[in-house]
Design a protein around this ligand. Structure first.
Ligand code: SF4
Length: 570
């Protein structure tokens, strides 16, 4: 196609390659596809970085949120300006914005964040062109674990201030997240003992081979004998390996743990449904109103049974309520946890797993066949005979005290149900009851009445945040090591989840307006405390901030979070 024809067809989009010094490059304008400008062309880009960040850009929400934080009270490193020699540090607000933006956009490694700060226009806008190095970025996350956790907790207070938390029902669940450690770096006692035994077998084989060679060569002349330096070297390496494994065994015994992790001290091999993970068990408590996370914890116990009360209590504290309903799956069923919940005003809903007693497995009457008479404190068997309480308690493997109830031999001797009730050797039936079994009985009654709808709600509530964290945000693995740092990283993940959720619920505009109002109120309270001015003047300031309620001489009702000092009107 001729250049003139191209020009006429493409109009102002036409750029002649020959005029731009592209010798012999065939010019193939397409009428079927959109074509970009030539890279060598001088473009008039918007003059300000501000123009690249639209009014609905999430970066603006991050900017407003970080501006609303009191980083000095939160105890971020370098929040207090100190004059000194050398380069001044980066302000923690800039690095916090960088991390929030990164975690919201699946950019978590310090090296990637460093690269993005130099090429991502939104980050250029957020950081005003600052380019912190990856070490600075990594050190910020490492050194500010406690403040980051506090920011995440304070964000829950912010959600309370926005009336987005119901505070009536929370769903609790756990999921395994990979740690910054391989499966091979975590060993159990059995595996270490196997290693020691295998190395000892190899050492014995080498030693026997050496002895046999020595015996064979003893009769040969000196010149014909071979050097055994190679075999001796291998033997020395095996002995060193055995010593290392033995030292690990001793270390494991001294720690009282069941596993030894060589890379990340706190990561563990966790198994569920035939799959194993080298990492942590992340626990979440999710409020039912808007599926916002109100409490999060990281443990390295693969079993959820011990987590119910701790998570429900943490949710109560975060929500500022005395009582709530906590719903969890059967993995959380634990009599002591149920009792602890009841004692602290929490109403748990946890399906009871059907484990079955030994008698049931052998085809005999299970516990359900016996009814308990609370008034008489005795059991009644299917034949209508009584099983009386024995003196004293029996402590089981889990430390629970159990009371034993037994039938009369004379009753069982002539009983027609004997074959369905007793084993061949037994002459009477015994039943054990936990000393607080009434807690489980109340829970059973509660589950029978309301369990089914609560279980349906549980799935819809708590599996959504885990799905979002793992699949949308890509948080499948911790980048940090050790409980302290991993918990700090989880706080960042939860903060970003809640942040995204909040923007989806109320929108960016409302959030920025609300943060601005809070900021105004915080400044107002500060001024009111510090300055001695006429209340009328302050009332005018208050009314100018969009509030219609006049202020008298009495102190304003206010709520200040104990840890951060963020203020919320109550
Ligand atoms: S065997 Fe004894 S305990 Fe069992 S049903 Fe008969 S009387 Fe009751």
């Amino acid at each position: 196609m001729e250049e003139a024809e191209c020009a006429s067809r493409l109009g102002k989009n036409f750029t002649s390659p020959t005029r731009r010094g592209f010798p012999n490059v065939p010019f193939m304008p397409s009428t079927f596809h959109k074509t970009g400008a030539l890279r060598q062309e001088t473009l008039l880009l918007p003059a300000r970085v501000e123009d690249y960040v639209g009014p609905d850009n999430m970066a603006r929400a991050i900017e407003a949120f970080v501006a609303s934080l009191d980083l000095v009270k939160l105890k971020f490193c370098h929040a207090v300006r100190v004059a000194g020699a050398g380069q001044p540090p980066y302000h923690p607000s800039d690095l916090l914005k960088l991390y929030l933006y990164g975690y919201l956009n699946q950019i978590r490694s310090s090296r990637r964040l460093e690269r993005e700060a130099g090429r991502n226009v939104e980050l250029m806008w957020l950081l005003r062109g600052l380019l912190p190095g990856y070490r600075t970025i990594a050190n910020f996350r490492r050194d500010n674990v406690v403040p980051l956790k506090q920011v995440s907790r304070d964000f829950v207070m912010l959600l309370r201030g926005l009336d987005l938390l119901g505070g009536e029902i929370v769903a609790i669940d756990g999921a395994f997240f990979d740690g910054n450690a391989s499966k091979g770096s975590i060993v159990t006692r059995a595996r270490l003992e196997e290693q020691v035994a295998a190395v000892e077998r190899e050492i014995a084989q080498y030693t026997a081979a050496l002895d046999a060679n020595d015996a064979a060569e003893a009769s040969q002349p000196e010149a014909e004998r071979h050097s055994h330096a190679n075999v001796a070297g291998k033997l020395a390496a095996l002995i060193a390996k055995r010593e290392a494994a033995s030292a690990d065994l001793a270390k494991l015994a001294a720690s009282g743990q069941t596993q030894l992790s060589r890379t990340d001290d706190d990561a563990r091999l966790l198994s569920k449904n035939g799959q194993s993970v080298a990492g942590y068990n992340v626990q979440l408590a999710v409020d039912a109103k808007h599926k916002l996370i109100v409490a999060a914890e990281t443990v390295n116990d693969g079993n959820d049974t011990g987590q119910l009360h701790a998570m429900a209590a943490a949710a109560c504290e975060a929500l500022g309520v005395e009582t709530l309903q906590a719903v969890a799956d059967s993995g959380y069923f634990n009599g002591e946890a149920l009792k602890a919940c009841e004692d602290t005003g929490i109403e748990p809903f946890v399906p009871e797993p059907r484990r079955g007693t030994q008698a049931e497995k052998a085809g005999r009457f299970g516990l359900e066949a016996f009814s308990y008479d609370a008034e008489a404190d005795e059991y009644v068997c299917p034949q209508g005979k009584k099983l009386r309480r024995q003196n004293g308690y029996k402590t089981d493997a889990t430390g629970k005290r159990r009371i034993r109830y037994v039938s009369r031999r004379s009753d069982c001797k002539t009983c027609p149900l004997r074959a369905a009730c007793l084993s061949e050797k037994a002459d009477r039936r015994g039943i054990e009851r936990w000393e607080h079994e009434e807690v489980i009985e109340r829970h059973r009654a509660r589950m029978a009445a309301h369990g089914a709808p609560m279980m349906q709600r549980r799935k819809a509530l708590v599996e959504h945040p885990f799905g979002t964290l793992k699949c949308r945000a890509g948080y499948r693995q911790f980048l940090m090591r050790g409980f302290a740092k991993v918990r700090g990283e989880l706080a960042l993940m939860v903060l970003c989840y809640n942040f995204t959720r909040l923007l989806n619920i109320i929108g960016l505009e409302k959030l920025i307006a609300w943060l601005a109002a809070q900021y105004f109120l915080a400044v107002f309270y500060l001024l009111r405390e510090v300055l001695t001015v006429a209340p009328g003047v302050l009332n005018e300031c208050y009314l100018a901030g969009g509030k219609s309620q006049p202020i008298g001489d009495k102190p304003l009702p206010r709520h200040t979070t104990a840890r951060s000092g963020m203020c919320f009107a109550t």
